[in-house]
Unconditional design. Sequence first.
Lengths: 159, 177
Amino acid sequence: MSSKKVSFGSLAPKKPERLNITSLMDILTIILIFLLVNYSDVVEEVPLPDYIILPKVQIKSVGKAITGITLIVGKDRWAFDKGETIAFNSFASQREEVMKRAAQGLERIKQEYEKDGKAIELMILADKDVPYKMIDSVVLTAAGVGITAINFVSMRQDI
Amino acid sequence: MKKRVKFQKPDQDEGDLMLPFMSLLLIIIPVLITNVAFYHFKALSVNIPGLSKSEEKPEEAVKPDKEKSYVLQLTISEASLDLELIDEDSGESLQKETAANNESAAETIWRKVIEFRTAHKKLNSMLVSVEPNVTYERMVKILEQCKKPDSAALITEELLLVLMPKGDEENNELEKS
């Protein structure tokens, strides 16, 4: 009977495996650069609804934080960031009613801001195709409740 | 005989040397992830005449030495952009520039605005009138362009925009015409 030779080669002490971290470092560096480019010191809390598309503006200057009363102006509705939505079928025929409800909403939010001691600014986030006559109504409504600082918000596209 | 420079191998592994840097990255990355903004907003501020704080100044204090003051007026319509230099006292239009609606219209008007601002250093505001059917996108793009300073022309301050609201009746009239 021939005896089988058992090889213990696999059990022989091996040189310890070395982890090559160069590729991992490359990935982390790319992620780091991406995050630094998109870093913002102010976290934007305004969720962008799907019924508006903001215009894109190519500009070099630093973006301003959205810190005031936010009014979202769509083609068929106006909405406050605090939840209330004013829907309409035809703006031309329902203009008075829409403006009245918007004024009530603005007045209420303005009072909340005044209690908290926050600066009262109106941020208008409008769909890019909304005609100016609708924006004009928003401006007049805001002026009617004493809001004088108005900002038109767009999406910043870096040059 | 030349002496060969010998580079000594570091005692530590390459991985060991990288470990502090890796640890730093692992701290920095979560911090950056929490502050990442996938979209950046740009807010264009405008004033409303007669209501904004900057408009509340008494008029007599502005020109004690009878110095002439001018005001710029921009009219945005679907077909063109009209820029006028107006004498504030007489309301007379001194100079008018019209740019047809094309891609470079805003740029043309901005250059003219800078020219006026260079000639009249006190000129720092512009009245803006927009026609009812002009889209929000067009309005914002033109105003962003016109507001820009120009460091080459030593104009470092942004232009103050005063929006002239029209109201329903005026909008309807303009639409009909």
